[in-house]
Ligand binder design. Structure first.
Ligand code: FE2
Length: 316
């Protein structure tokens, strides 16, 4: 049994908050699962969580709208380059029509890799997304008034990392993280964990000429990817394994209110996180009411109104 169960969340720096809500909720049919805050220095920045209605691990993509601070990140290698969402077979034509009708930029041609058809499209801040067709995703569909179940997104399918070199990172994925190296296709290398399939797939894209991207929080890049683990005990088993192998660049277990996070850099430079699934989003809002109110962690309770007053109002 691998310690890592699949994805927990992906976190990106985006532009404006309302533009981001419109992209995930209106365009893609995601639920706003939590509306909270990143307090970094003096200026609050929203932390917006999107996923299926239950907020299940592996469906979550979260945003820091950094336009407010005016900090831009630099896309490049050593980052998650593409966020891949899974959709049912034969749904890409629906999504292409939808992108055209809504004025969303998307690639002219569909592509295929590892037997799966894919359609590239773009977040307004420039981050790249693919919809990937699969028959093997039984997760709750993210439907809306406009998006029927037959075409609805099921969650994160996989991530595509941009790496200048891959040899050491392949060893890390297999020996440190227990992923299986299941295939290669040109510059792509595919890995799977646990039972495999959507939500458990990592791809490397070998791009030896691509300049290194930034690691800071800022507009326009995915900052890190978080993998799900059961508990802090499991996190610490991973940490001790990394240390024993010589990968000593790992954080302590950090309190993120809805989970505990342990951060580590993989050899290719991408920030990874191991996140516990033992707490969850029901600690401050009832299931069925996730994301309705602005929430702050207990240690910021006394500043809730002040923080909210300094953030751009958003409508869902
Ligand atoms: Fe995270």
């Amino acid at each position: 049994m691998s310690i890592i169960k699949g994805f927990h969340h992906l976190t990106a720096g985006v532009s404006g908050a309302q533009e981001d809500v419109d992209f995930y909720v209106k365009l893609l049919g995601q639920s706003l699962v939590k509306k909270t805050v990143l307090l970094d220095g003096e200026d609050p920045i929203y932390h917006l969580y999107y996923g299926n209605a239950n907020g299940d691990p592996g469906t979550l993509v979260t945003s820091f709208p950094f336009r407010q601070k005016g900090v831009r990140a630099r896309p490049g290698s050593g980052q998650v380059r593409v966020i891949n969402y899974s959709v049912p077979r034969d749904s890409l034509e629906y999504w292409r029509d939808r992108f055209r009708a809504k004025g969303v930029s998307y690639a002219q041609d569909m592509t295929e890799r590892f037997g799966e058809r894919r359609q590239r499209f773009y977040h307004p801040c420039g981050i790249e997304f693919d919809l990937v067709e699969t028959d093997h995703d039984g997760r709750l569909p993210c439907t809306s008034e406009e998006i029927p179940e037959a075409v609805a997104i099921r969650g994160v399918h996989s991530i595509t990392l941009s790496l200048r070199e891959v040899a050491e990172s392949i060893i890390f994925m297999t020996d440190a993280l227990d992923f299986r190296h299941v295939g290669d296709a040109g510059p792509y290398h595919r890995f799977e964990t646990s039972t495999g399939g959507p939500g458990m797939v990592v791809e490397f894209l070998h791009e030896p000429e691509r300049h290194q991207g930034s690691s800071i929080y800022g507009e326009g890049t995915v900052h890190h990817v978080a993998f799900a683990v059961d508990s802090v005990d499991q996190q610490m088993i991973l940490k001790e394994r990394f240390m024993a192998m010589g990968y000593i660049d790992t954080s302590e277990s950090v309190n993120r209110n809805y989970f505990r996070s342990m951060y580590f850099k993989m050899p290719g430079g991408v920030m990874f996180e191991a996140t516990t699934t033992d707490i969850g989003f029901a600690i401050d809002e009832e299931p069925g009411h996730f994301g309705e109110e602005f929430q702050v962690p207990p240690w910021l309770k006394g500043r809730k109104d002040e923080l909210l007053g300094r953030l751009e109002p958003i409508a869902v």
